[in-house]
Design a protein around this ligand. Structure first.
Ligand SMILES: C[S@@+](CC[C@H](N)C(=O)[O-])C[C@H]1O[C@@H](n2cnc3c(N)ncnc32)[C@H](O)[C@@H]1O
Length: 261
């Protein structure tokens, strides 16, 4: 996919997600698509928030487990509580590499991170996972001989089956040292019937259309990893640090953290 497909006249996943999170890095095309989607799936903003909250808890968990380096692929447009902020609050020496395919996400991250020697951002395609882990900027900051936290949060559901997302995760697993962690949040159509189909249809307006997967399809990404408690669950149920909503399935995403033995 050429980055020239990203233009202001066409919505993108990164800008649409930014709009859902209350950000300002989005265009009329993004807002129109999301406003339409909200008419039949009003929980979309709840879902985006639940994913971010899970990401924060997972990063704190990894830092608590001793992880000091993070590879955040499909990192999105910077927002409140970015991974390096959460990680460095828990461990000041934590290093973070952000990767995104979208030039808007990468450009904003570069501005935000300028002058911070413990963070880097590269524009790259997750479907070339081997290229990412071999990238000189990535290698300059991350040591794959040590445990790393690989974050694929709300990313794999924008990778089509035809692009073999399982092989992508397998290529990452190959370079991860024992004791590394894989963090996944993945949208699902489970329990959402026709509305999920409409959402997928609408996402075709972006260069990175949605592929929602069922629970078994998401679980498969953790092949070779040991899921930490509580396993693969709706986002609000993963090690909550506050009150759990009565209807966690509204979050629409399965999440989990796997440890490489
Ligand atoms: C829904 S956002 C998630 C952002 C962030 N991970 C979070 O959970 O808050 C998905 C991100 O994946 C990026 N993305 C989509 N396809 C990608 C690909 N093939 N390679 C890298 N990034 C991709 C999009 O540009 C977007 O920023």
């Amino acid at each position: 996919m050429a980055s020239t497909e990203f233009d202001a006249g066409r919505p993108t996943a990164a800008r649409a997600y930014d709009y859902l999170l209350g950000g300002t890095t989005n265009t009329a095309a993004d807002r129109e698509m999301i406003d339409q989607a909200l008419t039949f799936m009003p929980d979309l903003a709840v879902q985006a928030r639940a994913n971010r909250d899970f990401l924060h808890r997972a990063v704190r968990f990894l830092a608590g487990a001793g992880v000091r380096q993070f590879l955040d692929i499909g990192s999105g447009i910077p927002t409140r509580g970015n991974v390096h902020e959460i990680a460095q609050r828990a461990a000041a020496d934590a290093r973070v590499v952000y990767v995104d395919i979208d030039p808007a996400a990468v450009g904003h991250a570069r501005e935000l991170l300028a002058g911070d020697p413990r963070t880097t951002v590269i524009q790259a395609d997750a479907r070339d996972a081997r290229g990412i882990v071999a990238h000189s900027d990535v290698r300059a900051l991350l040591d794959f001989a040590q445990p790393v936290g690989v974050l694929l949060v709300a990313l794999l559901h924008v990778i089509a089956d035809a692009d073999d997302p399982y092989a992508l995760v397998g290529a990452l697993r190959e370079v991860m040292a024992p004791g590394s962690f894989l963090v996944i949040a993945h949208g699902t159509g489970d329990g959402r019937g026709e509305d999920a189909r409409r959402l997928v249809e609408m996402s075709r307006r972006t260069p990175t259309a949605l592929t929602l997967r069922d629970r078994a399809g998401v679980l498969r990404f953790f092949d070779g990893f040991e899921l930490v408690d509580p396993g693969l669950v709706w986002a609000p149920l993963w090690r909550p640090d506050g009150e759990v909503p009565p209807d966690p399935e509204r979050a629409g995403n399965y999440v989990g953290v796997g440890r490489l033995p």
